[in-house]
Structure formats: structure tokens, C-alpha cells
Design a protein around this ligand. Structure first.
Ligand code: AMP
Ligand code: AMP
Length: 361
């Protein structure tokens, strides 16, 4: 594992007045680049050849490193190039999905905005659960074995896969039937069934608040809230029940995009307290705790109970709904603040105060 000392040593050799903000070209890259430009930074994109059109049509990256696959980020020559440009990388969901937390912690010798150690917590379901429980949040129940299933459960698989292959079951028998169906339809591989996560299905509205913890100000800000929009589960209601029954519909949860949402104001006290509790616990489990963006993925029931089923300890793509501004960012900052920009604002402040080592790991 790369130590904080190694990263600090790299930082010492950086030209602090000439920092470049870099990331992989996907997920929330446009959000991150736009924010970096608005805060006056140069930007660099590690981009798959197949995706180059995005960064041509939205020309926010000053420099593009073309690769065949994102794992090339770990190649020595690319890392060297990034360090030469005094790059601080902003990690997002594609870092976990295409490179993996282990390799990032062990092989990426370029400073990352945020706390590397929390990548390990966020990508391990058991650790994630422990974190959220210790923070005192309400979580859905889990079942260890398919034969214990009673009541409706959602069956999940490991890795940041955006809901792909997830399905619902309400008995051991329906678990096996549905699993077979998902494999047949190509959403799932048989060996993945060995590592399932069975979670009580909470009926309610999907709500994902995006927060920002500033270690410099020691404050937790709420910057925006979105809900996910998923195929096929969010389109079932557009078909009559009779047709649903005829095709024995088995909904999937592949995320397609996100929709901004504004909550009843009476839900805000709890939402704000949850953010603070998660940050407080993060300081105990992985000092100095969360740096920058994080998101709680929740379901809110008709009893106004908030169940948290997941945490992302980094920028989420749902924050893209706030590019420009969101109502919550507006309330604090007025026009023009959003997650990508908030990240660069923190890096800029840290640079000006000579405290970059406080936000980079
Ligand atoms: P991508 O680069 O689009 O393949 O995304 C990388 C990872 O982030 C995948 O696991 C996606 O499922 C997840 N992801 C991408 N976009 C979103 C989104 N809008 N909401 C939630 N998760 C997402
Ligand atoms: P995930 O990949 O864990 O973020 O979950 C993908 C989607 O499944 C979420 O956006 C929700 O729509 C849904 N979901 C996940 N967990 C639950 C749960 N415990 N109860 C209800 N819906 C859930």
C-alpha cells in the first residue's frame, strides 16, 4: 500500500501554483472539469479512444491522454506524465468499477483528492455496513443465506456495477428461479451467485443527498439531492399490470441517469444530521475521515423513515444534476456552485493556505 508519506513526498516536488486537475473520462468527469476550469485550474483527461467525442464536443479538458482501457492509468509512463503536470486526481465511480480500490491503493502514485483508505471501506459491503451502523443510521435488514429469505429482498452483487443484475425475491425458491432467469438473460454470471448480498427491500422513494465535508472549514455541506433513474424498474408503471403479468416481468436496476429532487423541509434535519454522523464515524475508522464529497443512498418510506442502503465516499454521478447550481447549493453559495467546482475550490483554498497535504492522499 502506498503511504501518505510517499504522497506527501510527491506533493513536495509539485509546483503548487501550477496544479492540474485530472480524472478518468467518464461518470462525473465533465462536472469535475467544469468546476476545475471555473476555479482557474488546468485539466487533464485520461480518456478511452471510444469516448473521445465527449471531450471534443465539451472541450473542458486542456489535455487528453488517450488509452484503450482505464487500467492504463496505472502504467508508469502515464503516472509520470500526470506527476510532471502537478496533477491531483479526483476519483469517481469509474475508478472503483474499472481499476479497483486495491490497485489504486497499491499502485497509483499520483496524489488523489480525498482519503484513499475510505475507498477500501466503501468497496467492501461488510465494512460499509459497519461504518453506517456505527454512525447510528437506519439500515435495511440483511440475510446471510438465500434459504433464510422471508419477505421481499433485493439481491445485490459486489462491485460498483450500478444495479446491473440485481433482482427481487421473496422466498428461497423465487431466489433460485429469478437467479436462473437473470443468468439466461445475460445480466449475471453463475459464479457471481456465490457472492450475493441479500437486503430487505424497502418500499419508498429513492433519495440520494450529496454532501461535502471540508476538513479546512471542518463543516459538512449539503450540495444537492438526486434520485436515480433506473431501467427497467422505473418504467414498469408505464405498462398496464395485465401486460406485466403476461411477460412475467423481472425488473432490473441498471442506472441510466439521475433526476434532481427537493425534499420536504421537515426531512432536512435528519438528512443533515446523518451527514454529520457519517463524517464523525469516518474520523474514527479511517483518520482523518472523509475529505470532500460523499453520498448516502437512501429510501424514504411513507412513515418518513430514512433507510440508508449504501454510502459512496467520493463524488457520485447523481451530483451531475447540480452542474451549474442546485437549490441546496444556491441557498449556501448563490449562483454557480456544484460538486465539481466545490472540489476545486477546496483544492484552491488548500493551495493558497499551504495545506494541500490536508486534502490529498
Ligand atoms: P461508467 O463509467 O458510466 O461505466 O460508470 C462507472 C460506475 O459508476 C459504474 O459502476 C456505474 O454503474 C456507476 N454510475 C455511473 N453513472 C451513474 C449514475 N448516474 N448513478 C449512479 N451510478 C452511476
Ligand atoms: P445499489 O447499486 O446498491 O445502489 O442499488 C441499485 C438500486 O436498487 C437503487 O438505486 C435502488 O433503486 C434499489 N435499491 C437498493 N437497495 C434497496 C433497498 N434495500 N430497498 C429498496 N430499493 C433498493
Amino acid at each position: 500500500m502506498i503511504t501518505k508519506d510517499e504522497i506527501d513526498e510527491i506533493l513536495r516536488r509539485y509546483e503548487k501554483g501550477d496544479v492540474t486537475i485530472g480524472t478518468l473520462g467518464s461518470h462525473s468527469a465533465l462536472n469535475i472539469f467544469k468546476g476545475a476550469k471555473e476555479e482557474g485550474f488546468a485539466t487533464i483527461c485520461i480518456c478511452r479512444k471510444s469516448d473521445e467525442i465527449v471531450y471534443q464536443r465539451f472541450p473542458l479538458a486542456d489535455d487528453i491522454i488517450l488509452v484503450e482501457g482505464f487500467n492504463e492509468l496505472l502504467d508508469d509512463d502515464i503516472q509520470q506524465r500526470l506527476r510532471q503536470k502537478n496533477t491531483i486526481l479526483v476519483p469517481h465511480g469509474s475508478f472503483n468499477a474499472y481499476i479497483g480500490a486495491g490497485k489504486i491503493m497499491d499502485e497509483l502514485r499520483v496524489p488523489l483528492f480525498g482519503n484513499r483508505e475510505l475507498l477500501r471501506w466503501e468497496t467492501d459491503r461488510e465494512k460499509q455496513r459497519e461504518w453506517l451502523q456505527r454512525a447510528g443510521l437506519t439500515l435495511p435488514k440483511t440475510f446471510k443465506d438465500p434459504k433464510d429469505i422471508h419477505g421481499l429482498v433485493i439481491v445485490k452483487f459486489s462491485g460498483a456495477r450500478g444495479g446491473k443484475g440485481y433482482f427481487l425475491a421473496n422466498s428461497p425458491q423465487s431466489f433460485h428461479e429469478k437467479a436462473g432467469d437473470m443468468i439466461k438473460r445475460g445480466h449475471l454470471r453463475r459464479e457471481e451467485l456465490e457472492n450475493t448480498h441479500l437486503q430487505e427491500y424497502i418500499i419508498g422513494v429513492n433519495v440520494c443527498p450529496s454532501y461535502f465535508h471540508s476538513p479546512l472549514k471542518n463543516e459538512v455541506e449539503l450540495l444537492g439531492i438526486d434520485r436515480r433513474y433506473e431501467s427497467t424498474v422505473d418504467s414498469i408503471g408505464r405498462m398496464p399490470a395485465s401486460e406485466q403479468l403476461q411477460i412475467a416481468l423481472n425488473p432490473t436496476y441498471t442506472v441510466i441517469g439521475n433526476i434532481p429532487i427537493i425534499l420536504r423541509e421537515s426531512l432536512l434535519p435528519e438528512i443533515l444530521r446523518m451527514g454529520e454522523k457519517v463524517v464523525k464515524t469516518s474520523k474514527q475508522i479511517a483518520p482523518p475521515g472523509i475529505i470532500g464529497p460523499f453520498c448516502l443512498e437512501t429510501v424514504i418510506t411513507d412513515a418518513l423513515e430514512i433507510f440508508t442502503f449504501e454510502i459512496s465516499a467520493r463524488i457520485v454521478a447523481g451530483s451531475n444534476v447540480g452542474i451549474g447550481t442546485s437549490p441546496y447549493a444556491y441557498l449556501n453559495y448563490g449562483e454557480g456552485m456544484y460538486m465539481g467546482r466545490r472540489i476545486s475550490r477546496e483544492i484552491k483554498t488548500a493551495t493558497e493556505n499551504n495545506e494541500l497535504e490536508k486534502v490529498v492522499y
